[in-house]
Design a protein. Structure first.
Length: 138
């Protein structure tokens, strides 16, 4: 018997099954990652202030507002350790995380972290929105 039906729910399940991965890290820790293509990810960018003081939450909220004004779906989180915040976003498939720290207040740069490679780079915060838009088009 052949069943030719192919509904949306089956396609979504295929995307999720294909994107899900559990990676073994150093020290025996497991990292759960949902490798959704950035265009399919419901949250494109997560914004984290490193600490809840020194004006960092205000800077982070301003960055989030800039991204949202360009139509980019964001998530703001200031609860818990930064590593745990990264892991939570890895699990839901967020492609990029932005960390606002002391250097942001000093020289206007932020840390941009890629979900798939876990690489982090310092970039000027004023070029962030343009950079994310370019990454989404790629």
């Amino acid at each position: 018997m052949i069943e030719p039906a192919a509904g949306v729910d089956r396609a979504i399940l295929c995307f999720l099954v294909d994107a899900f991965e559990e990676q073994e890290l150093e020290g025996g820790e497991t990292r759960t990652v949902l490798h959704l293509h950035p265009r399919l990810a419901p949250i494109k960018v997560a914004v984290f202030p490193l600490v809840k003081k020194d004006g960092l939450p205000e800077i982070a909220l301003k960055i989030e507002d800039e991204l949202r004004s360009e139509g980019i779906a964001t998530y703001y989180d200031q609860a818990g350790a930064i590593g745990r915040r990264y892991r939570r976003q890895d699990e839901v498939g967020t492609p990029w995380c932005i960390t606002v720290d002391g250097e942001t207040a000093e020289n206007g740069t932020i840390t941009l972290r890629d979900r798939d490679t876990m690489e982090q780079e310092r970039i000027p915060s004023d070029s962030l929105t343009e950079r994310i838009v370019q990454k989404l088009k790629a």
